[in-house]
Structures are given as C-alpha cells and as structure tokens.
Design a protein around this ligand. Sequence first.
Ligand code: ZN
Length: 374
Amino acid sequence: MTSSRLKKNVKNYSLILGIDTSCDDTSVGIVYKTRVLANAISSQIELHRKYGGVVPGLAKRLHTKRIDFVIEEAFKLASRIAKKLNLKEKITWQEIDAIAVTYGPGLAVALEVGIAKAKELAQKYSKPLIAVDHMEGHLLSPLVANAKGNAQIVLKRYDFPVLGLLISGGHTELVLMSDFGKYQIIGEKLDDAVGEAYDKVARMLGFGYPGAPVLTEMAKKGNPQKYKLPVPMAHHENLDFSYSGLKTAVYYFLKKLNDRGVVLDKKIIRDLSASFEYSAIKELQIKLAAALKIYQPKIVFAGGGVVASAKVRAGLRKISRKFTTPIYFPYNAKLYQDNAAMIAIAGYFKAQRGEFADLNKLDRNPRARINIKT
Ligand code: ZN
C-alpha cells in the first residue's frame, strides 16, 4: 500500500488501537479496519490460580504494572506485520487514528485501569476515544480478518438479522443484531454462566482453577451417556439459560459416591466430565434452536471462551445445519478468549458511525449491557 492511500484511510479512522482490562487479561490490539495487526495479551491466570479465582485487587495491580509493556508489545507486533505486508514501514502513535477501550461489563477496578490509560494516551497524542462494550467485542469477533485481510465473512445488508450466542465464564446470552450498533438481548443467564459452571464442576473434580480446559480434555475420553444429568431449562419456553441446577446435580452425584466410599477413578472422572459437557451443550443447543425458530436470523455468530471447546462448536454446528443457518466462530483461538483486537474492531465500526466518547465523561460501567437500540 502506498503512503498516500494510507493517508486517505487515516482520515477514515482505519487504524485503531484497542485496550481491554475487563477481567484478568491485560490486552492491547491494533487493527487496520477489520484486519488484526496485533493482539497482545498478558494473562494473569498463574497469579490468580492459587486463590481459586480472579482477585479484583490483584487484577488491578497487575493491569497497572503491565499495561505499558503490553502497549509497547502491540506496537512492535503491528510494526513487524505492517512491514512484512508492505502496509507501512513502522506503526507508531502518529499512525493510530483512534483509541478504543472497554468500559464494561467487567470488574470495576480492572476496567478503571484501561480507561485511565486510554484517556491519558488520548490526551497525550490527541486521539479520539471510542467506548466499547466488551460483549460487542465478543459478538463481532467472527468478523475479525487475519493480517492479510482474509475474512470468514463480511456482513452485507441482507445478512441481518444476525443472531449472536455469547458464552464465557461471565456471560451466557443470545443477542439479536439488526444492524451494526443495534442489539437486543433476547435470552440470558438466570444464574451461573456456562463457563462458570464448567469451572465450578472442574474444581469439584479436583482440576484446579481455571479447570474448564482440563474438564474438556477429560470429557473427550469419557462416555457422555454414562450419567444422566439434568438440562435445567430444557422445558422452559423462554430463551434464558440456567446452569446452577446442572452444577448442583454434579455436586450431589459426587457426594453420593463419597458417602458410599467410592474412589473417583479416571474412568468415573472422564465419564462424568463427558456427561456434564453433554448436558451443558444440550442446553445451548435447545436455546439456540428455539431462537432460530422464533427470530429466523440469516446468520449465527458465536463467541466467548466456551467456544474454545471443540465439542461445543460441533454441537452448535449441528443445530445450525438443522436450520440451514450458517454459524461463524472467530478464526483463531486467541479471539475466543478476552482480547483487545475484538475491542479495536468493534471500535472501528463505531468510528465509522461517528460514535466517539467524551473524554471527560467516559466512565466504567461494570454492569453494562450491550446497547439496546432497535
Ligand atoms: Zn469476555
């Protein structure tokens, strides 16, 4: 690309730097339109592990300590890629058109770190600010293209409505997207999020924290039909999700075994992991099918940490095939988890709509809900 073309794009807010500190990952992404040039993530998992969960004060301290380094890392990565693709010799603050930052939902003290840093940089380098809802990032993550610009899908007018299924450790929701920026939550968790249930059951099985990936591995070798566990919301007509009943069923099952003096061997653990995952996915399948039937979307987008499970993706694909509605997941595993490239992409689309934040008014909203503008 020639520098004159890049200059023209600069005016169009093409190069966006995104920051996400909503939970326990410090992340900075740099995108060129929907192409990821950098998606730097500094995970804090190792330090929270010994507490068995995310400790907000510790998350804040670590975000504060690491954010400058992660920003530097993102610039290095983006520069390397931009040079390799002949986009630009180097990417510095001068080339960045706007700064996108997550304002919620998430941990208040953690969100504050990213927002304060975004404000500081916006002032220092005179860049406009874009406030992004973390869930909008997950929702749009299947649109993320690789650095070369290969995208799985580019949304066209006739592709709407799009149905989003967002599943992670903190969220389980169905979002109807009638256009960019126009979202409606049509179903959500009533208690535990699906990823939270995975982690809690994993802990009961002694897999430590976060144990969901271990549980998923164990489930691969188990018999999903071995133990009949409940699918809590199967017979409810609405689109809401519940996972605490399934988690409790596993708890009582383990208690019963313990009372009988049964030692948990590998076979029981594998079968129980597989049976749990079977019910957990069944709930997602039932709600996805119901939403497809009621709203008849043209496309399904699925995002969030739980799509990292191949079985979850296969289970959702099965429903999408049944309804002949294509489903898209993010193109790589890094985009399943919390990351700032997805925040930068959501920011890119907001910038095209001229939706910038007021530096003096921008504040965190730990309980933010994806914009409802239909
Ligand atoms: Zn998330």
